[in-house]
Design a binder for this molecule. Sequence first.
Ligand code: SAJ
Length: 433
Amino acid sequence: MSTIFVHGLGYIGLPTAAMFANYEHEVTGYDTDEEIIEGLDDGDIHIEEPGLRAFVTQALESGNLTVSNEVGEAKYHIIAVPTPFDDESKEPTLDYVEAAGEAIAPHLRTGDTVILESTVPPGTTVETLQPALEQSGLNAGADFALVHCPETVLPGDIITELKGNDRIIGGVNGVSTEAAVRLYKSFVDGEIYTTENATTAEFVKLIQNTYRDVNIALANELALIGADYDIDSREAIEMANTHPRVDLHQPGPGVGGHCLPIDPWFLGHGSDQLDLIRTARTINDGMAGHIVDILRKELGTLDGKRIALLGVAYKGNVGDTRQSPALDLAHELQEAVAEAPEATADGGIQSDSDGVDVRLHDPHVDDQILHLVDFEAAVNDADAVVITTDHDEFAELVPAELCESMAGDLLVDTKDMLPEREWISEGFSLRRI
Ligand code: SAJ
């Protein structure tokens, strides 16, 4: 049993803290956000994730997990802070990683281990975190262990994957690596793969997500090509995947979340060799524009139309809207209508546009800022309904009910949720990606 401080109680830090606590370690969860700490103190879990509430409650009730708004001493410090990304410059902000290192430094003792789990550009552990920690007067590798151990869990299945997935551990030297291996072995069922190079571990994490992003781009491009030949690309992909060495991904409305659309750019932080990877990003980001084109073509015009987007979360059965393809689509629909103004004689701009009425509905998302509406309000009198997220609820849609509510008959199923023949036979015009 070890004392562990977990810095950052978000999607990764909170389940990780609870996991160690449920495996009998003495864990303190720390976050700079007072509201999160106060909430957890009252047993209030701020993240929607299957099973997480019970899991964290168990850890809190056992007394092995406590939360604090102050950093203190511990044998292990695990850093799981955000690494925000600037959409314009494509550059990450590493301030939170640096701040975590600076906050740990006064409490660091000889023999302690510091582990960075946050996803970061290659070189961050050594170039950003190490100098911050060494403000303590101690040296990484010699006096304290320093390690990158990337998280690899899939939102929606975090608790199972945290335990079952293989882990990559890269210390700045062998002693560092071994210190982290001892700790993770206490709960990880998967294999633990080690490297004595923290930058390699950072690189591995990024290329896993880049692999997925590039492959989704291939699937999206195949869907666009398939449409030109008037074939069902999903059927073609399924058949192609019967080959023992082919494993194509699925097309969709774009790629969301805080990982796949961002990590490829982290790879480019210290390298300008991104060609295929950059093109893949462009293809995936272009899917919203492709759906706008489908809607415009099928509806004649977008002006004055009512369009319901079902699913605002970036993927099925989660409540996370970060980099959500549906929000991009909503934005592009508004832009597409706003872009059609005419120049007036005095050089001004006039638009007769009625705008487009985009209604957002998501049963898993609770967000006041997004102005979500309930299902009935979303589909009522709608000219078109677009399924943008594969939530289980949307597979249960009933043609007769939707037919009664909608004004039009256009359905765009970007996630392959609806049985095509059935909906067409019920009089719907169904377009898929
Ligand atoms: N998507 C497709 N087609 C597919 C698969 C996914 O369009 O065939 C879309 C999804 O709809 C979603 C996006 O991609 O919008 C990302 O979803 P995801 O399920 O592929 O991945 P994330 O972002 O939820 O989690 C990923 C995972 N990485 C890999 O599978 C290599 C997870 O294991 C990582 O821990 C996580 O990133 C992370 O934190 O980095």
